[in-house]
Design a protein around this ligand. Sequence first.
Ligand SMILES: C[C@@H](O)C(=O)SC[C@H](NC(=O)CC[C@H](N)C(=O)O)C(=O)NCC(=O)O
Ligand code: NI
Length: 128
Amino acid sequence: MRLLHTMLRVGDLQRSIDFYTRVLGMKLLRTTDRPEQKYSLAFVGYGSNPEQAEIELTYNYGVDKYDLGTAYGHIALGVPDAYAACEKIRAAGGAITREPGPVKGGNTVIAFVTDPDGYKIELIQRDA
Ligand SMILES: C[C@@H](O)C(=O)SC[C@H](NC(=O)CC[C@H](N)C(=O)O)C(=O)NCC(=O)O
Ligand code: NI
C-alpha cells in the first residue's frame, strides 16, 4: 500500500485552491465535478501520485462551513527554512498561528499555519 491523499471538506473550493497554490506553493493537479452527487473535488500538491501525496479538497454544494471538532490534528509539510517559509506565507496573506521555533520539549523547528477552513498545517524544518 502507499499513501495517496488526505481529504478535507472545504466551504469554498476556489478560496482553498487559492490558499494551497498561491500561499503554500502547491499545484492544482486536477478537478472533478459530480453534479448528480452534488460535490466538486480539487486535488492539490507539490507533485502528483505516486511521487507525492496529494490533498483532496472536497466541496459539497451549498455547505460553506464545517465543525472541525476536536479530532483533526494537522497535515505536515517539510520546509528547508521554517522562518523564511512563514515570512513568505504571511506576506501572501496566510495566517501563521504558531510562530516558528523549536518544538516544546525538543529541537525540531516547527510552525503552524491555518487554512481558510481552520485546518492546521504544520511546517517542519527539514533539510531538503
Ligand atoms: C476521488 C476519490 O478520492 C474520492 O474520495 S471520491 C469518493 C466520494 N466522495 C464524496 O462523495 C465526497 C462528497 C461527500 N458528500 C462527502 O462529503 O464525503 C465518496 O465518498 N463516494 C462514496 C461512494 O460510496 O462512492
Ligand atoms: Ni478520496
